[in-house]
Ligand binder design. Structure first.
Ligand code: F6P
Length: 290
């Protein structure tokens, strides 16, 4: 994995080397703890453990100025100048979809490397990656140049696909949230998509997005009647996944505009509706929701 920037390369390599260890560490850490994350969701032991492991390793990289995670309230200031041109900031979802641990289903780790202080616009990402803990451990990495897929084993990463683009003919869709809680506009859109594509929803965004990148289609977690801001977090989930899908030739949206162009609020844990997939499907969604 050779990249033009050594700091970004160090961050990505640290994640790829940590992933097999995180996977092994899930055993025995599946139980809920008596805590909630800053978004008010139940945490399992593995959430906290994976966050601490990644925080230690990523925040000690020279050239990383801030570390933020879905599992901790405040941004860690790594003692370097986040505003300086050579400081990168990293936003991590240590275990995306960790409620799937209870039922032993797919989960992921997401990382966004920003060239700006956090919270930042998605346009400030210089790289984003996710690890998928499926039957095998893989990593999808998007840089400014290309999107590649790696298989991760202890101490090794082997590139198995490069210059990944979304297939032209979409096949799958996955939409989150309870159907009665969807807005009328989104329900209408979903009803049409159901007649065209095959449903694939697994309850962990990374698993579902990886299906979209493999087969083409759309993943969405919409704004709900009970929660118009949706469920997923802009800095840790929406932006990195939006960046990966856009670099692969697809589109991302919050229902109105590319996730990457959204101005973040001061809240690092800000939520947003998230839609990613083939351009034509996202264009139609925005028309339906506007
Ligand atoms: O916390 C994020 C997450 O676990 C995503 O990975 C996933 O898409 C979503 O929540 C699942 O939510 P629900 O349980 O409402 O389907």
């Amino acid at each position: 994995m050779t990249m033009s920037d050594p700091v970004v390369e160090d961050v990505v390599t640290t994640v790829s080397h940590s992933a097999p260890e995180i996977r092994r560490g899930l055993v025995g850490r599946r139980d809920a703890v008596d805590e909630e994350n800053p978004s008010g969701e139940t945490q399992v032991e593995a959430d906290i453990w994976a966050d601490e492991l990644l925080a230690d390793r990523l925040s000690s990289i020279d050239g990383v100025s801030q570390y933020a995670s879905e599992e901790r309230e405040a941004i860690i200031d790594c003692g370097r100048d986040a505003a300086s041109t050579d400081g990168y900031t990293v936003a991590v979802d240590p275990l995306d979809g960790s409620s799937n641990l209870t039922s032993n289903n797919a989960m992921g780790t997401i990382i966004g490397v920003y060239d700006a202080p956090l919270p930042a616009r998605g346009e400030n990402l210089v790289a984003a990656a996710y690890v998928l803990y499926g039957p095998i451990t893989t990593m999808l990495l998007a840089t400014e140049d290309t999107v590649s897929e790696y298989e991760l084993t202890d101490g090794n990463h082997r590139r198995i696909r490069e210059d990944i683009t979304l297939p032209d003919d979409p096949v799958v869709y996955g939409f989150g949230g309870r159907v009665p809680d969807w807005t009328d506009e989104f329900t209408e859109y979903a009803r049409t998509i159901e007649t065209e594509l095959k449903r694939r929803y697994g309850g962990a965004m990374i698993g579902d997005v990886n299906q979209v990148l493999t087969y083409g289609g759309i993943f969405g977690y919409p704004g709900l009647e009970s929660r118009p801001e949706g469920k997923l977090r802009l800095q840790f989930e929406g932006n990195p996944v939006g960046y990966i899908v856009e670099q692969a030739g697809g589109r991302s949206s919050n229902g109105e505009q590319s996730l990457l162009t959204v101005d973040p609020s001061d809240d690092i844990h800000e939520r947003t509706p998230v839609f990613v997939g083939n351009e034509s499907l996202i264009d139609r969604l925005e028309m339906q929701l506007s």
